[in-house]
Design a protein around this ligand. Structure first.
Ligand code: SAH
Length: 329
C-alpha cells in the first residue's frame, strides 16, 4: 500500500530510475510482455459540455464540427477489425444527436460483424438508463475519465457538471458489469502535487479495469489556451505509481503523452508501466477536427508497433479483457 507521503516523495525525488524499475517489475508480473493494441473511432466532435480545457467544448465556434453516420461508424469499426484489432473504442463529445436506439443498433451491428470483439464506449454522461441499454446491446467496457479527484477543481473547470455526478456514474457503470475505465489529467491549471497524490490513492482504492493518464495540453480556442502543459516526467512518474498502486489496471500509453513527446512518448509510457496503445481508426477527413488539444499525435498500426519494438516488447492482438476477470492461477 502506498501512502500519500510515499507518493509525494516519488513525485519530488531527484530521479525516477528506481520507481521505473518497480513499475516495470509490477507490469511484467501482472501484464506480461504483450502490449494490447486497441482501435478507436472518434465518431463525433459535437459536444454539449463546456470543459474549460477541451477544444470540443460547445463554446468553441472555430472548430469544424462533424458527425459520422451509423454506416460510417460501422465501416470504420470494420476496418479496425480487418486489421486484426479486437477492441473497438467508440468515442465522441457528449452528443445527444445519437439516440439510445441509434447507439444500440451500432453496438449490435459491430457485435454481429465480430462476435469475438470487445466494444468500449467513451461517450460521456448520458441518462442512467442508457448505460443499461448499451450494456444489454453488447457493450463490454466504458471509459469515463473522472478527470480530477479534486471535487472543487473539477466543478470549477467543468461548468454545469458536477464531480459527485461523475463519480456516481462511474460506480453505476461498475454495478452494470462494465469493465470500467477512469483517468485523470496531469498539470491542470490549479492542480497541486497533493491532488496528484490523491489520484494515485483513488486508483489504489478503486482498482479500475483501465485508467487513462495523460498531460493536460493547451488548445488555442479554449479558456486555457495560454496555460502550461503538464510535464512529461510527472506523467511518467504517475503512470509508474498507478502501475504499482493498481497493478492489474490496463494503462494506455496515451496520445496526449505522445503529443508532448512525439518521438518517444509511447515507448516511454510503455517503459513506465503501460501495457496498451490505442490505434486511431477515425477517417482522415475527420481526424484533425477531433481537436481536444493542438498538434495531436495519434498512433497508427505502424507507429504503435515501432514504439512497442523500441520499448523491447511485443504487440498483442488479444482482446485484453480486464485483468480482474482472469481466473487466478
Ligand atoms: N465526452 C467524453 C469523451 C471526452 S474526450 C467524456 O466526457 O468522457 C476524451 C478525453 O480527452 C477526456 O476525458 C479528457 O481527459 C481528454 N482531453 C480533453 N481535452 C484535453 C486537453 N486539452 N488536454 C489533454 N486531454 C484532454
Amino acid at each position: 500500500m502506498l501512502s500519500k507521503n510515499d507518493i509525494l516523495d516519488e513525485l519530488r525525488a531527484p530521479d525516477s530510475h528506481a520507481l521505473r524499475g518497480r513499475a516495470d517489475a509490477a507490469r511484467r508480473e501482472h501484464c506480461g510482455e504483450g502490449v494490447f493494441l486497441r482501435g478507436i473511432v472518434e465518431f463525433s466532435n459535437c459536444c454539449a459540455r463546456s470543459c474549460r480545457y477541451c477544444g470540443l467544448r460547445r463554446e468553441n465556434r472555430r472548430l469544424k464540427r462533424y458527425r459520422m453516420s451509423p454506416a460510417e461508424i460501422r465501416q470504420a469499426a470494420s476496418t479496425l477489425l480487418r486489421w486484426g484489432l479486437r477492441t473497438v473504442i467508440l468515442q465522441s463529445g457528449d452528443d445527444a444527436h445519437y439516440t439510445t436506439a441509434m447507439l444500440c443498433d451500432i453496438i449490435r451491428d459491430i457485435k454481429t460483424d465480430a462476435p469475438g470483439a470487445a466494444i468500449t464506449l467513451s461517450i460521456g454522461e448520458r441518462p442512467l438508463e442508457d448505460y443499461e441499454a448499451f450494456r444489454e446491446a453488447g457493450a463490454d467496457r466504458y471509459l469515463l475519465k473522472h478527470e480530477t479527484v479534486n471535487a472543487t477543481l473539477y466543478d470549477r473547470i467543468h461548468p454545469g457538471q458536477s464531480h459527485a455526478v461523475r463519480m456516481s456514474i462511474i460506480e453505476r457503470l461498475r454495478e452494470l458489469g462494465y469493465q470500467v475505465g477512469v483517468g485523470f489529467l496531469v498539470g491542470l491549471p490549479g492542480q497541486t502535487a497533493e491532488d496528484l497524490a490523491g489520484e494515485i490513492l483513488f486508483l489504489q482504492d478503486f482498482q479500475p479495469d483501465m485508467a487513462g493518464i495523460g498531460p493536460f495540453l493547451p488548445q488555442a480556442d479554449t479558456p486555457f489556451a495560454d496555460q502550461q502543459a503538464g510535464e512529461r516526467e510527472t506523467v511518467l512518474r504517475l503512470l509508474a505509481l498507478a502501475r504499482i498502486a493498481s497493478p492489474g489496471t490496463h494503462l494506455p500509453a496515451t496520445t496526449a503523452l505522445a503529443t508532448l513527446d512525439p518521438s518517444e512518448g509511447f515507448a516511454a509510457g510503455l517503459r513506465f508501466g503501460c501495457n496498451v496503445i490505442m490505434v486511431n481508426g477515425t477517417p482522415d477527413s475527420y481526424r484533425a477536427s477531433y481537436r481536444l488539444y493542438d498538434k495531436r499525435v495519434c498512433a497508427d498500426l505502424e507507429s504503435a508497433r515501432r514504439a512497442i519494438r523500441l520499448a523491447g516488447r511485443t504487440a498483442s492482438l488479444e482482446r485484453g479483457d480486464s485483468l480482474r476477470l482472469q481466473p487466478a492461477e
